[in-house]
Design a protein around this ligand. Structure first.
Ligand code: NAI
Length: 511
């Protein structure tokens, strides 16, 4: 099998140049058609694909990534063209290393793997989840400047409990219910051991596993190889960066903010854990930091008296009276920031948001759930129900909104601001472990990247068009921690930022 990234000249006779490729994409009627067209382009001329993506990130990131990747995953088996990746199935038990050796490249540096258990906020999509590792790795290259041949997207096909999907003609995965318990653990163990044996230099990124698996996986493997969970740790860093940026606008330090989390899963608790670390660094005690955070899940506030809390939620439970409703929690807890990671569209209704605007001059509102159909509120709602005062960010992009003759530009709060830079920093330093301190440093570096004019506009994250230099700054911060913590294996460059930028992949295409 030939790799699409096998080096050498672009395929002969390919008619498109950049301008033509962009024009033909723009002529298509729907984002999903553009996704398919880009998948074809990637297969035919990957350099042109990446050139387009890098030069038009603002326009094309929503196509290769959220929200369109969500539509692509839902329709995966019916798509007329799909991006490539490696499917490793439960039927490969006992020979997973051999399957990995079948990939045509040995120089893989980054593997993003999912088992399709929780694809965006869309639930269990089984083998259709392949779109997520593919999309993440496209951003590793486009934003983090990682060479495409170093990237390997893996779908670990453990089956699916999505019966409708299993019954679809042409479903690409194993049409059986999801492997669980010891069988799942053993498959994961064999996969991880195979990665260590076949691609010992690779960073392994766990992505879109359901939360029952995700926390356990991270604990099991983080001390053994260079791996991280993007939904927990990457989102944690992104969320803290957004809160630090909000603090630059409101003049409040993180330790002076009160944070209400709507969602106590991977994303909510990931942000929560990173917030606690950042508050401790500001000088708060553990107890003071914990007092400033309240988590809500589908059953109300996460309080110590609850008997139904799973292990990963228990450390975040507060000794306080139960609160059932989010609006009541806003009224009682009086948060400065409301962080949505619940995958519940419309959760931030008028009562919730106007309560936020009553207790804050500039209420911070993050509707982080993806894709757009799962966002806790729209940008328009966030601004309308707070009198245009919200400092708003969303997981998937929203267009600017006119409020009282002012144009408000919502920022995208997505872990795409973090993981490409983290990956680049790990590669730069040759780090053999990924630590929480690296994510905290990534968050601080990202927040520091906001320019004064962006702060003045109320932006919490830089625009997508600046993702490359921002990723280099994140990479430098991550690499610096790798050197400080003695996890680095490569000689330290004098200027980490310059080295990160200089090493970035730049596809060359015909004019
Ligand atoms: P998860 O399944 O681990 O957690 C969801 C949480 O929401 C659970 O604690 C659940 O109990 C809670 N919840 C459900 N209904 C609720 C309600 N009515 N009120 C309060 N809480 C409620 O899922 P995970 O991984 O945390 O992802 C959640 C969402 O965040 C997804 O839509 C995902 O796409 C998005 N996300 C966004 C990221 C970004 O970069 N913007 C990164 C990672 C996840």
């Amino acid at each position: 099998m030939m790799s699409p990234h096998d080096g050498g000249a672009p395929p002969p006779g390919l008619a498109l140049n950049q301008e033509q490729a962009l024009a033909s994409l723009r002529a298509l009627a729907t984002p999903l058609e553009r996704y398919v067209q880009l998948a074809r382009l990637h297969g035919e001329d990957y350099r042109l694909f990446y050139r387009l993506l890098i030069d038009h990130l603002e326009e094309l990131m929503p196509v290769v990534y959220t929200p369109t990747v969500g539509d692509a995953c839902l329709a995966w088996s019916r798509l007329p063209a799909r991006p490539r990746g490696l499917y490793v199935s439960r039927r490969d038990r006992g020979r997973i290393a051999e399957v990995l050796r079948g990939w045509p490249r040995r120089d893989v540096g980054f593997i993003v793997v999912t088992d399709g258990g929780r694809i965006l906020g869309l639930g269990d999509l089984g083998a259709n989840g392949m779109g997520i590792p593919v999309g993440k790795l496209a951003l590793y290259t486009a934003c983090g400047g990682v060479a495409p041949q170093a990237c390997l997207p893996v779908m670990l096909d453990v089956g699916t409990d999505n019966e409708a999907l299993r019954g679809e003609p042409g479903y690409l995965g194993v049409p059986e219910s999801r492997l669980k318990g010891e069988g799942w653990d053993a498959l994961l163990e064999e996969f991880v051991a195979a990665v260590e044996a076949v691609f010992p230099q690779a960073v392994l990124q766990f992505e879109d596993f359901n939360n029952a698996c995700a926390f356990a996986l991270l604990e099991r493997y983080r001390g053994r190889l260079c791996c991280f969970n993007d939904d927990i740790q990457g989102t944690g860093a992104m969320g803290v960066a957004g809160l630090l940026a909000a603090g630059r606008i409101t003049g409040r330090k993180l330790g002076e903010q009160r944070l209400l989390f709507a969602g106590a899963g991977e994303a909510g608790l990931g942000i929560g854990a990173t917030v606690l670390a950042a508050m401790r660094e500001e000088g708060l005690s553990e107890a003071q930091a914990r007092e400033r955070c309240l988590f809500m899940d589908s059953r109300g506030a996460v309080v110590s008296g609850r008997q139904d809390l799973v292990a990963h939620k228990r450390p975040f439970a507060r000794p306080r009276a139960p609160i059932g409703e989010l609006a009541a929690a806003v009224e009682i807890f009086r948060p400065t920031a409301l962080i949505g990671a619940s995958a519940q569209a419309g959760l931030f209704g008028e009562r919730v948001l106007s309560a936020m605007s009553q207790v804050n001059e500039r209420p911070v509102v993050f509707a982080l759930s993806n894709p757009t159909s799962k966002s806790e509120c729209t940008a328009e709602q966030a601004y309308r129900w707070t009198g245009g005062r919200a400092l708003f960010a969303s997981g998937s992009p929203f267009a600017p909104v006119e409020v009282n003759a002012r144009t408000l530009v919502p920022a995208q709060g997505n872990n795409a601001w973090i993981f490409p830079g983290v990956g680049l920093g790990l590669a730069l330093s040759g780090a053999r472990r990924v630590t929480d301190q690296m994510f905290l440093a990534a968050a601080q570096a990202l927040a520091a990247q906001l320019r004064a004019d962006e702060i003045a506009q109320g932006r919490l994250f830089p625009p997508a068009a600046r993702l490359r230099p921002v990723a280099a700054a994140v990479a430098a911060a991550v690499a610096a921690v790798a050197y400080e913590q003695a996890h680095a294996t490569r000689p330290r460059p004098r200027d980490l930022y310059a080295a990160a930028l200089a090493g970035m992949y730049e596809p060359k295409v015909a004019a």
